[in-house]
Design a protein. Structure first.
Length: 169
């Protein structure tokens, strides 16, 4: 049975396609591509049908990740087929939990950086586990976003692997 993960940000052109691409690469490197499906969406439909932001594509390409992305809006009906819905910031987390029709659906929603032990345990962060939106800034914001996504992807992969092992037991 396929384990399905969906990354969600605001418009689905910067953070969530970046997270989708990085996590898909981690899944492939781990030899789990046949078991884990990865995609992304936005809380809003402003950019539906558009490609990822060119700065996202450029940063991904320069770091060895590819992306074939078309933006779309998250639909509440998707909870039924998804195992994990990964929010890129607390605003997305709240919006997604409001969309959840059941407690079971709401429990599927998690913050990406909660999977980064260094971020989750950082007393100077004050509990801020948001991946900042790079859209209105410069290229350095996209680089920072990628670093945060990469740091959290290792922990997320470990959590997904544990879930897959739990299914096999």
């Amino acid at each position: 049975m396929t384990y399905r993960v969906c990354f969600v940000c605001t418009g689905n052109i910067c953070r969530s396609p970046m997270a989708e691409s990085v996590f898909r690469a981690r899944v492939e490197e781990a030899g789990l591509a046949d078991l884990v499906e990865t995609d992304s969406a936005g809380t809003g439909g402003w950019h539906e049908g558009e490609a990822a932001d060119p700065r996202t594509v450029s940063v991904l390409d320069e770091h060895g990740y590819g992306t074939q992305h078309v933006a779309r809006q998250f639909q509440p009906s998707w909870f039924a087929r998804l195992d994990l819905v990964i929010a890129l910031d607390t605003g997305h987390l709240k919006a997604l939990r409001r969309l959840a029709a059941t407690e079971e659906d709401a429990r599927k929603v998690r913050l990406l950086r909660a999977y980064d032990p260094a971020a989750a345990d950082d007393p100077t962060a004050g509990g801020d586990l948001d991946v900042p939106d790079p859209y209105y800034g410069g290229r350095d914001g996209f680089e920072e976003c990628l670093a945060m996504v990469e740091a959290a992807s290792t922990g997320l992969l470990a959590a997904v692997r544990e879930q897959l092992e739990g299914r096999a037991a």
